[in-house]
Unconditional design. Structure first.
Length: 588
């Protein structure tokens, strides 16, 4: 339990007060003692002189004469005079009857005088009932003390006077103490008031009001202290504002970063995150700080990476798949995190989402492989038939030439169609993202043109194409591209529809968009294929698609045409119940 603190005023004032009281008390005590000693010394000198005169006066006198002398001197001087023989018998006294007085041999002053020395004593007199001062001088005859002359003076009056002086001094002392107390309190408050004001100002600074400035006290030392505190507050305010600016800049940078950034300490507790990390782990950013990393991301590979990063003094990197974020691939990189003293306090982990890049790389690889495969097959076929024709004799070559040339032409046409689709797809990819302003055109006319383009396949396959058109519908579009998209959808629907089947085109408006649905009654598409149906060269039934002359790029072209128009496309299908492709294009 800490000691209770006292105010500075009550530390200074009592010290001043005690010093004053003790000093005055000492002066009073010394003064009264001095006065008493001075009075006694004067009285002793007076009594000694009188005793010496009396000793000469009574020398050689008879006892009766001595008593008369004592009476006369006592009346004249007011001093008690006593003459005592060496035996202690009183033979003369100015105040008492010598016949009735007791033996004085044992009186302290008489004892000293009988030893041939001056005797001095201050004591109470039983004869006179008051305090007396006695001075005794020996009277010698033939070298021996035969008589003692004693003079005495009452000191009661002196005691009364000294008490009066002491009383006056005590009154003066009390008045002086009160004045000193007031002066001490005034001086103490003069000293402590600026300190209290500085304390209040420092309290405001401690509460964060760094714009507050302390007043300048009158004293030089406190004024310099206040000036120093003001300078300190000014510098501290500048440093805090600078730190806040840097913190805000850092937070702005971190918030604007697309990469996730998370800092963990040596105990794997989260020190700081940015919003990208909160999005990656689908966790509120306000609750992530001070949590263990395992509470945020329960991923073994990531946890193992963080442990390696904390144990390594160097930066490390690794690709990690986070399944709890929808199976996204991240390039995770670590950097050492140190404090201002250069001591390591944790590590900084940066998450760079490379899922799309990885998919693009995979798509590019698959695309190159698919293009190579699609081109290699007809080229191999063409080469084979050419070599066969070269090996036949002239008569057999003439017989079989037509069939071989037909096959070669079919494969050449297939390669031309593949190259045309690749060029169209490449052109659409370059155009995506351009802010092209389309002119409004009637969607009904585009649908009719697409139906006409597919009439030959419709009639050859005995499949009916119906269009549910309520009237003209104008939307901003590139008519050639939208018609190409519809032709591709209709062509696929006709390919996979059985003879006698039906393909339906529906048009509707919904929430500011035009909806175009192409519905067929073919074999449908399995659920496992729906997510990849718009990928390049992806075929649900590869053998059948190839036999029907498809390039595998038709639906990919449709998707890019729709995206070029800022629209969307989706598919719904159930095996053996046909498929429905829906294009949504904005009306404005």
């Amino acid at each position: 339990m800490s000691e209770k603190k006292r105010r500075l005023l009550w530390r200074i004032f009592p010290s001043f007060f005690i010093i004053t009281v003790v000093s005055l008390a000492a002066v009073t005590y010394y003064s009264t003692g001095f006065f008493k000693r001075y009075f006694l010394a004067g009285s002793e000198d007076q009594l000694t002189t009188q005793a010496q005169l009396i000793r000469r006066e009574i020398s050689g006198k008879t006892p009766d004469r001595i008593n008369d002398i004592c009476l006369a001197i006592g009346r004249t001087t007011g001093t008690r005079v006593t003459v005592i023989l060496s035996s202690g018998r009183v033979i003369g006294d100015s105040l008492g009857d010598v016949q009735e007085m007791e033996n004085h041999r044992i009186r302290p002053e008489i004892v000293s005088a009988l030893r041939a020395d001056k005797g001095v004593s201050v004591r109470y007199s039983d004869t006179l009932n008051q305090n007396m001062m006695y001075v005794a001088l020996p009277l010698e005859t033939d070298g021996a003390v035969t008589t003692v002359v004693r003079t005495a003076l009452s000191v009661s009056a002196m005691d009364v006077e000294i008490k009066r002086v002491q009383t006056n001094l005590m009154i003066a002392l009390m008045l002086t103490v009160l004045a000193a107390a007031g002066a001490s309190l005034f001086v103490s408050r003069r000293i402590t008031r600026p300190l209290e004001q500085m304390k209040a100002g420092a309290g405001g600074l401690a509460r964060g009001d760094l714009t507050l400035r302390l007043a300048m006290p009158d004293t030089e030392e406190l004024s310099e202290l206040a000036l120093t505190i003001n300078h300190m507050a000014e510098r501290l305010d500048e440093k805090i504002k600078s730190a806040e600016d840097r913190t805000m800049e850092l937070e702005a940078v971190l918030s604007s970063m697309g990469e996730g950034v998370i800092a963990v300490d040596l105990n794997e507790r989260v020190l700081m995150v940015n919003r990208a990390v909160a999005g990656i782990f689908d966790h509120p950013i306000e609750t992530m700080t001070n949590k263990n990393i395992l509470e945020i991301a329960r991923n073994y590979d990531l946890h193992k990476f963080i442990k390696r990063a904390l144990a390594s003094p160097d930066s490390i990197g690794e690709n990690i798949t986070l399944t709890d974020t929808g199976k996204r691939l991240f390039n995770v990189h670590s950097n050492t995190l140190s404090n201002a003293q250069g001591e390591r306090m944790g590590t900084l982990i940066i998450f760079h989402d490379i899922t799309r890049m990885h998919r693009l790389e995979t798509m590019h690889k698959d695309f190159a492989a698919n293009v190579s495969h699609e081109l290699k097959t007809p080229l191999t076929s063409i080469k084979g038939f050419i070599e066969t024709l070269q090996d036949l004799d002239e008569s057999e070559a003439l017989t079989r030439r037509e069939g071989f040339l037909t096959i070669i032409e079919k494969n050449v046409n297939r390669m031309i169609a593949l190259v045309d689709d690749l060029m169209a797809l490449s052109k659409l990819e370059r155009q995506e993202g351009d802010k092209t302003v389309f002119e409004p055109h009637d969607l009904s006319a585009v649908i009719k043109s697409a139906r006409a383009a597919c009439r030959t396949r419709s009639e050859s396959g005995r499949v009916t194409v119906k269009a549910d058109l309520s009237g003209p519908l104008f939307i901003p579009m590139d008519t050639l591209l939208v018609e190409q998209a519809l032709v591709n959808l209709l062509d696929n629907a006709l390919k996979y529809s059985e003879p006698g089947g039906e393909v339906l085109i529906q048009v509707a408006q919904e929430k500011g968009s035009a909806l175009i649905r192409v519905i067929d009654s073919g074999p449908g598409i399995g659920q496992e294929h729906l997510s990849r149906i718009f990928e390049r060269f992806y075929r649900v039934d590869s053998a059948r698609s190839t036999d029907m002359g498809g390039t595998g790029l038709g639906l990919a072209i449709v998707k890019h045409i729709v995206q070029y128009h800022n629209g969307t496309i989706r598919v719904e299908s159930t095996p053996d119940k046909g498929a429905m492709f829906e294009i949504s294009l904005p009306l404005a």
